[in-house]
Design a protein around this ligand. Structure first.
Ligand code: MLT
Ligand code: MN
Ligand code: ZN
Length: 303
């Protein structure tokens, strides 16, 4: 299995366009500290790739990843489709950015598809540009191949019912399956290797525990270092957990859980308030002592 980390930041990116905090200013002065929105490219077959989530940076992410460049024929892209872990804007704004595609395959749960179609009205908006085709992301034990002829199988594990802010209220036609936010389990049938990718993680259900225990690589929500960070930084009146992101540190933090796993573990979806954004932060060393990494843009993971 071959994975390419296309971006590692939470919504806003690093630097965020309207922010002059220490981390954003630092990244403005040093391009190596920049982080694009969290995304992952997965090699499905020799010449077909899927990206997990379509971020506002998607076109730059494609340009930054030679495996995703078009060719050898004109207008022939190796990008076969997009798998959505949720319907958040930082994971779906890039769908419109791909409107030059002849057609675009989207793999999502019903709730996520309905949010994109009924709330964002993207089907209507993009119909004159491209055809969106939808495939259901299987939830639970059942897994589906990642496109024709792929040995990679994908399935989703529900990890919270948190709706995007634009879809916060109920309507009759918005999906209510509860599968608003999922972790992806990717398994390569040819090697037996498994990766779990969860850029948003609101809870730690039993099914996730089982999946990470068996995984060779786990790439997890690292939005906030500790539960109080969003409040302390003035970013939100809510805690990290209340915002749908389990914190890394603390008694209920995810680092404790990752530390005991045999898998290679990395954090992604770092918010610009998270001290981990600074490579020199002591929190980076604290994680390294637990054997946990912070994912970097451009990282290649071979399993
Ligand atoms: C999240 O990760 O919680 C969202 O992207 C935040 C938001 O923009 O509402
Ligand atoms: Mn986000
Ligand atoms: Zn900032």
């Amino acid at each position: 299995m071959l994975l390419k980390v296309l971006g590692t930041a939470a919504g806003g990116g690093v630097p965020q366009w309207n922010c002059a905090c220490r981390e954003c200013s630092g990244a403005r002065g040093d391009p190596r500290r920049r982080r694009r929105h969290a995304s992952l490219a997965v090699k499905a077959t020799e010449d077909r790739w899927y990206v997990v989530n379509a971020t506002p940076d998607i076109a730059d992410q494609i340009e930054g990843c030679p495996e995703l460049h078009p060719g050898p024929e004109q207008r022939r892209t190796p990008l076969a489709g997009v798998v959505l872990t949720d319907a958040e804007l930082d994971h779906t704004l890039g769908i419109a950015r791909l409107r030059e595609a002849e057609r675009l395959e989207l793999v999502a749960t019903d709730a996520v598809r309905d949010a994109v179609l009924e709330r964002q009205h993207l089907g209507e908006l993009l119909a004159p540009y491209t055809e969106l085709t939808w495939r259901e992301l299987p939830v639970g034990g059942h897994a589906e191949p990642l496109g024709t002829l792929s040995t990679i199988r994908v399935s989703a594990i529900p990890v919270s019912g948190k709706r995007p802010r634009y879809a916060a209220t109920d309507t009759a036609d918005a999906g209510d399956s509860g599968h608003w936010v999922t972790a992806l389990r990717l398994t390569d049938r040819s090697t037996g290797r498994t990766a779990v990718y969860a850029p948003a993680l609101g809870a730690w259900p039993e099914a996730l525990e089982e999946a990470v225990a068996e995984a060779d690589c786990v790439i997890l929500d690292g939005t906030f270092w500790d539960d109080d960070e969003p409040r302390r930084s003035g970013f939100s009146a809510r805690t990290a957990t209340a915002m749908g992101h389990l914190p890394i540190d603390g008694p209920h933090g995810t680092a404790r859980r990752l530390a005991s796993l045999p898998a290679r573990c990395l954090y992604t979806h770092l918010n610009n308030t998270n001290p981990l954004v600074d490579p020199a932060a002591p929190q980076q060393k604290a994680l390294a002592r637990l054997g946990i990494e912070v994912a970097a843009d451009g990282m290649e993971i071979v399993l």
